[in-house]
Design a protein around this ligand. Structure first.
Ligand code: 4GS
Length: 224
């Protein structure tokens, strides 16, 4: 899977070179190409934004500069995603769908936003990571890359995507590791029993119990 990121702040993406996503890049299971929108400014001061027509606070990213940045990575097979609170809220179902694409171009806005005309011209899909306002689309783009990359073959062990929260529409069962007793609390006996059938049943029951208690809204759309 190839990600091109159109951003004014490519340095923000350095955190992706760590841990699981960093390893996926090293193994060439995913590639992340950072495109600095500022490099496409034709102006001697490298101007990328301007005041909004009609007045008001803040700055708007210029359509020609954003378009030229897009043209540098443009590909008929790529899906262009604009991260914005106006988009569909990202969830595990959308994440899994996106992981089937071969090339995603992620457009990150900053300041008050991007001139509407270039958005109309290049954006295929708008995605939001939740109903709150951030200073830029960079964190949402990182959330998308992280969540989508987990579905790419070889990035995680297969069990970890099958067993986790939301894969069956439910929350995850609780996990324990050594020591067997911590602050007078003992690990549930069934997990030490070695009885795989019983362990499976216990975990399923816990999943349902926890979902009922913490996220009853999820029980409406269980997949299993
Ligand atoms: C989000 C969000 C966001 C909106 C970007 C104001 C700067 C900001 N993007 N999900 N301008 N929530 N974007 O808050 O995707």
């Amino acid at each position: 899977m190839k990600f091109d990121i159109l951003t004014l702040f490519p340095e923000m993406f350095e955190s992706l070179t760590k841990s699981i996503i960093g390893r996926a890049m090293e193994k060439e299971l995913i590639s992340i190409n950072l495109v600095n929108i500022r490099d496409f400014s034709k102006d001697k001061h490298k101007k990328v934004d301007d005041t909004p027509y009609g007045g008001g606070a803040g700055m708007v990213m210029k359509p020609d500069v954003v378009y030229d940045a897009y043209k540098s990575v443009k590909d008929k097979k790529a899906k262009v995603i604009y991260l914005t609170p106006q988009g569909k809220t990202l969830n595990q179902e959308i994440v899994e769908q996106l992981s089937k694409e071969e090339h995603l171009i992620l457009l990150c806005g900053h300041y008050e936003g991007i001139d509407e005309r270039v958005l109309e011209e290049i954006v295929d899909e708008e995605i939001s990571i939740g109903d709150y306002v951030l200073t830029g689309g960079e964190l949402p783009a990182m959330v998308l890359i992280d969540s989508v990359s987990r579905f790419i073959e070889g990035v995680l062990s297969e069990e970890s995507t099958k067993e986790e929260s939301f894969s069956n529409g439910l929350l995850e069962y609780p996990q324990y590791t050594r020591p067997e007793v911590f602050m007078d609390k003992k690990v549930p006996d069934v997990l030490i029993s070695g009885h795989h059938e019983n362990i499976k049943k216990w975990r399923q029951e816990k999943s349902i119990e926890i979902t009922k208690k913490k996220r009853p809204d999820l029980l409406k759309n269980i997949k299993n």
